[in-house]
Write a protein that binds this ligand. Structure first.
Ligand SMILES: Nc1nc2c(c(=O)[nH]1)N[C@H]1C(S)=C(S)[C@@H](COP(=O)(O)OP(=O)(O)OC[C@H]3O[C@@H](n4cnc5c(=O)[nH]c(N)nc54)[C@H](O)[C@@H]3O)O[C@H]1N2
Ligand SMILES: Nc1nc2c(c(=O)[nH]1)N[C@H]1C(S)=C(S)[C@@H](COP(=O)(O)OP(=O)(O)OC[C@H]3O[C@@H](n4cnc5c(=O)[nH]c(N)nc54)[C@H](O)[C@@H]3O)O[C@H]1N2
Ligand code: SF4
Ligand SMILES: [Mo]
Length: 726
């Protein structure tokens, strides 16, 4: 903390506090918050942070509009209007005290637990706040101790993470700083300008030094527009493209024989497999010509160093786990892991060896009456969990760090579940959202300016402390505090529920005696103390002097210690041990396309963060979430013109949007942006169209495997929430 102390003229107390952006974004920016007389007056990027380097994205630059928004939840509230009705704001609720709220929650939890067993209680959370303590910690301890159903957090990255691990054993990759040393950069399903903006200056620097930027994305992003070479790929066909590239690289002997023989397993099986994927055959699936596939493969294998930034867009398809598996094989056969400015980055999160046991205390898990750990519910199947799951049914849901009534797939089923009169719903939130519309109790949550936390990153390797800059607004409490208080109400006496935030940070930074770290990775957390982090703000993990090359000399964290091009563990699960292209059920390569011929990319908005920021007027001005982007050919075929209202539909539901014929997508593909249902023209989340089908590996959500049809329509009637807004 940089605190200049009391103002000499005694007029104004001014201080600058180091914090960390806690939103779900790979960049985890270092932030300086200026506080004057207890009020935050400025947020700016911390210029000392070596990766985020003093600038913030457009939405967080305006962060004080969010912190001091008039729509903040300020007090605990109990529902008074009927569920799903009312105005969707504070007027649907009656203010109650924290004591009353926690009494009600604990007594309902106890009653449900007695009658149905604790598994009838479901925690539902994701990454609204990525601070280590806010993301898990006290909440996990609480639900373990309660014996509640466990939530499998699959909505974002589990397919890609699992796919990556089948090859490398650990989800780590090239540090962003090294991109400046690259000569060939592939942004593969990576919307860098919007979702990972702090990588861009390193790419720009590389390009000034002659590097080529290639973008592989079915949507022409701003990044694609500014690339040297843009390859629009058909959604969900990346497995085939990577296999065809390896076909060329292997058959033309452009691979690194030394690296392959020393550090990989299963090259022969891969060599055989890629013969099934010649560029001509793959061109028909991917929409990328055989010549372009050959050129891409040759350039990637011969222009050195070459790096791949693959982001999570690729793995939101039904074959998304295999897609990441196939792409992750590329640097293993070219050996580019050994080069500064080479390798691949899906995530850097696997580099942070925090003491998760001390943080989350899985040992507290109350076993079910059958003596097993509590059941696991996949968060990407929330509709199913609320409507179909039995033995026991879900009778209570505690939502924090998430807005499932927007972000979860198969929205209509999710809402149907939330509308169940017998479901007790608690939502801990900063704002009134589509999910609080169904809450029985709403609890006020702090923003990252209002509490202390420890922050990792999934786009760099700096650990940071985020200090508390201002007092909590209204009666808001951090996730840590809420579950600490609730544990007390439930009568949980374990010591860990007494821990302060600093105690939890210390425990998380202390390596447990029995904590097993893979060979060569033991020192990564050494010297990482709270005191040091408080003093320095950000500290790079102990990755050694100089550039971090995790797999330069093998060192893969797989069972064999090698990059597994052939995976025994996949074979043991009855899956393809190498990798093969299986078209998604919902794609133009399947039967379903006869009825619904267009592939919908229900993408994130560049200026929102999932559903966060959708309610801030200054940010709303920067976005156009009401658009359906469509190709000229598809628009003409349907007699749709620029600006027309259209009905986008499939067997699961429909939404009304406005056609935008702008060349962003190829014929056969349409694109829309994630927006809060309450602000959508017809009051629907785009997720009414997406399905609860899971990915091939990792049980992830499949937002980008979605077939629809589009037709011209009348302007939608204004929905309840839109009316409340005006
Ligand atoms: N501004 C902004 N930043 C964000 C977010 C946000 O909502 N807004 N969300 C945050 C979150 S939660 C995450 S997980 C990260 C994710 O960051 P990204 O992984 O970049 O996120 P996506 O936008 O899902 O996907 C990236 C790109 O993949 C493309 N894509 C879709 N299907 C395919 C396919 O089959 N093949 C290929 N090659 N590309 C495909 C999409 O068109 C998109 O441009 O970003 C984070 N940062
Ligand atoms: N169609 C479609 N759907 C998608 C995606 C997509 O690309 N397309 N992306 C998917 C992905 S990758 C993800 S990660 C998910 C994201 O899904 P979510 O994690 O649910 O993300 P948000 O919509 O940002 O909602 C987070 C909520 O947490 C609240 N919050 C923030 N900080 C705190 C805190 O400290 N405490 C508490 N209690 N609450 C807090 C915020 O106010 C916000 O309402 O969405 C998924 N859904
Ligand atoms: S959302 Fe991402 S880019 Fe924006 S301030 Fe936060 S971490 Fe930085
Ligand atoms: Mo995500």
């Amino acid at each position: 903390m940089i605190d200049p102390g009391p103002c000499p003229y005694n007029v104004l107390m001014k201080k600058v506090v180091h914090a960390v952006c806690s939103h779900d974004c790979p960049d985890a920016c270092g932030i300086l918050v200026t506080v004057e007389d207890g009020r935050a007056t400025r947020v700016q990027g911390d210029p000392a942070h070596p990766v985020t380097r003093g600038f913030l994205c457009a939405k967080v630059t305006k962060y004080l509009d969010r912190v001091y928004s008039p729509d903040r939840v300020m007090h605990p509230m109990r529902r008074s209007a009927p569920k799903g009705q009312g105005k969707g704001d504070a007027s649907d609720f009656t203010q109650i005290s924290w004591d009353e709220a926690l009494d009600e929650i604990s007594s309902r939890f106890k009653k449900i637990s007695d009658e149905f067993g604790p598994e009838a209680i479901l925690p539902y959370s994701y990454a609204g706040n990525m601070g280590v303590l806010s993301y898990s910690g006290m909440a996990h301890r609480f639900f373990h101790r309660l014996g509640a159903s466990q939530l499998d957090r699959t909505i974002c990255a589990s397919a890609g993470g699992a796919g990556m691990v089948t090859v490398t054993g650990r989800n780590v990759g090239t540090e962003p700083q090294q991109f400046r040393d690259s000569k060939y950069i592939i942004a593969w399903g990576a919307n860098i300008h919007a979702t990972n903006v702090h990588l861009w200056p390193f790419i720009a620097e590389a390009r000034r030094n002659g590097a080529k930027l290639v973008v592989i994305d079915p949507y022409k992003t701003r990044t694609a527009k500014s690339a040297d070479w843009y390859l629009p790929i058909n959604p969900g066909t990346d497995v085939a493209l990577a296999l065809a590239m390896m076909h060329v690289i292997i058959n033309e002997k452009l691979y690194n024989q030394d690296y392959v023989s020393k550090y990989t397993l299963g090259f022969e099986q891969l060599r055989q497999r890629v013969q099934e994927y010649p560029p001509e055959k793959v061109a028909a699936w991917t929409g990328i010509s055989a010549d372009d596939i050959r050129k891409l493969a040759r350039e990637y294998a011969t222009v050195r160093p070459a790096v791949i930034r693959v982001n999570y867009g690729v793995q939101r398809s039904q074959n998304g786990g295999s897609a990441i598996r196939a792409i992750a094989m590329l640097p293993c056969i070219t050996g580019s892991w050994a080069e500064v400015g080479g390798g691949l980055q899906l995530s850097t999160s696997g580099a942070f060896y925090l003491n998760m046991h001390a943080l989350d205390r899985p040992d507290l898990m109350r076993k079910s009456p059958l003596g097993r750990a509590a059941r696991v519910v996949n968060m990407s199947e929330l509709g199913r969990a609320l409507n179909i799951l039995s033995d026991p049914p879900v009778k209570a849901i505690f939502v924090y760090n998430s807005n499932p009534a927007v972000v979860a797939p198969n929205h209509n089923d999710v809402v149907r579940g939330f509308m169940r009169p017998d479901l007790f719903t608690v939502v801990h939130e900063q704002f009134f959202t589509d999910t609080t519309t169904y809450a029985d109790i709403v609890l006020p949550a702090t923003t990252f300016l209002e509490h202390k936390d420890l922050n990792k990153a999934y786009g760099h390797t700096y650990l940071q402390i985020s200090n508390q800059a201002i007092a909590p607004l209204g009666e808001s409490k951090s996730n840590t505090e809420v579950f600490r208080d609730l544990a007390q109400k439930m009568g949980f006496t374990d010591d860990c529920f007494e821990q302060t935030t600093d105690d939890v940070i210390d425990a998380t930074l202390t390596r447990a005696e029995n904590q097993q770290l893979p060979k060569g990775w033991e020192r990564w957390m050494e010297g990482m103390t709270r005191e040091r982090l408080e003093k320095e703000g950000h500290v790079r993990l102990n990755l050694g002097e100089g550039p971090f090359l995790p797999f330069a000399k093998g060192g893969f964290a797989t069972p064999s210690g090698k990059a597994e091009l052939y995976s025994e563990s996949l074979a043991a699960q009855g899956m393809d041990p190498v990798v093969s292209f299986v078209p998604a059920e919902e794609s133009r390569l399947s039967q379903g396309a006869k009825k619904f011929p267009l592939e919908l990319l229900a993408r994130k908005a560049d200026n929102f963060l999932n559903s966060s920021f959708t309610n801030i007027p200054s940010i709303q001005k920067m976005e156009h979430p009401e658009l359906l982007e469509i190709s000229t050919a598809d628009a003409q075929r349907r007699n749709i013109h620029e600006g027309d209202w259209v009905r986008v539909f499939n067997g699961r539901g429909e939404v009304r949007l406005r056609a935008h014929v702008n060349g962003a997508v190829q014929p056969g593909v349409v694109a829309a942006r994630l927006n809060a249902a309450r602000f959508a023209p017809d009051g629907n989340s785009i997720n009414v169209l997406t399905s609860e089908t899971l990915t091939d590996i990792g049980g992830g959500a499949t937002f980008y495997s979605c077939l629809v049809e589009v037709e011209a329509s009348a302007k939608p009637a204004r929905n309840m929430n839109a009316a409340a807004k005006s």
